[in-house]
Design a protein around this ligand. Sequence first.
Ligand code: ZN
Length: 325
Amino acid sequence: MSSAPHTLEGVSGSSETLHDLSLARGTLNRDGLRRRDPDLLPFLLKDPLTRVVELVGGRAQVVESGHDCALLLRSPRERDSHRLAVFLGQDSQGTAYVGVVGAADGEQDDQDAAGKAAWRTLREVGVLLSDRDAGLFVTVLGLANWHASHTHCPMCGATTEPDQAGWIRRCTRDGSEHYPRTDPAVIMAVTDPADRLLLARSPHWPLGRLSVLAGFVEPGESLEAAVAREVFEEVGLVVGQVRYLGNQPWPFPSSLMVGFTARAVDVALHLDEEEIVQAVWVSREDLREMVLAGTFVLSPSVSIARRMIERWYGGPIDQNAGITA
Ligand SMILES: [Zn+2]
């Protein structure tokens, strides 16, 4: 279920971009200049008005009540000063937000006063959270993933340590600074001259799960060139009319997904079976029948892939109840 509005009109051949993507809704002022203050985190972690979001094993605590779902935000605790902490920004009232990353060592037993919070992944709650909370979760998860995989200097191999309120790591031997990584990936809704959509299955996916093609951008390559190269490598199609659709962070662990439409010149498919084990052209009627028959596992609502498929289809698709539009 998504609270985000869907584009229902003018879908086919539309130049409209995708708005309100689930993971691209953050509202905080990141206030990057404040990160330079070495006393910022110690100061904020002593201020009871600071709101702390805690991340443990990729999960954050959320409070769910009916259709409402919100991050559990709390005041700082003494132990937060001994953990990885990141300054996430401030809201329009001047309230500061800090992410604290805990070790997955049983601290998940920690409960809020009412005992109603549950530890959830971003994939589970990304579409349910408010704009502010979705942005908080995406940012703290992306930073935590980066810190976890950049504990050593790529130049000399010595350990690195966090600096600048959690936004860089610095080598303890040579002092070099290392910045959070974001890896751009393109994802593309490829259609044929009859406006059928290309869906494909990666060898790592269960039978029935199909989605649009995607791949990482290579050094020296534009986004549009990456779209054309990936489509040709994976299914042997030449595409043109590559048009930008929208983008959202995808911190699993560190991607930025950039969506495009592209039109195939021909329809013959030649699969690279190391990357793609199945690829099919589907009409809207085909897709409808596959969903109703329960033979098609859609990408999750939180993904840009899902929104791209629904945009092409012309409205939301309810995986459980069939097609609603
Ligand atoms: Zn070094």
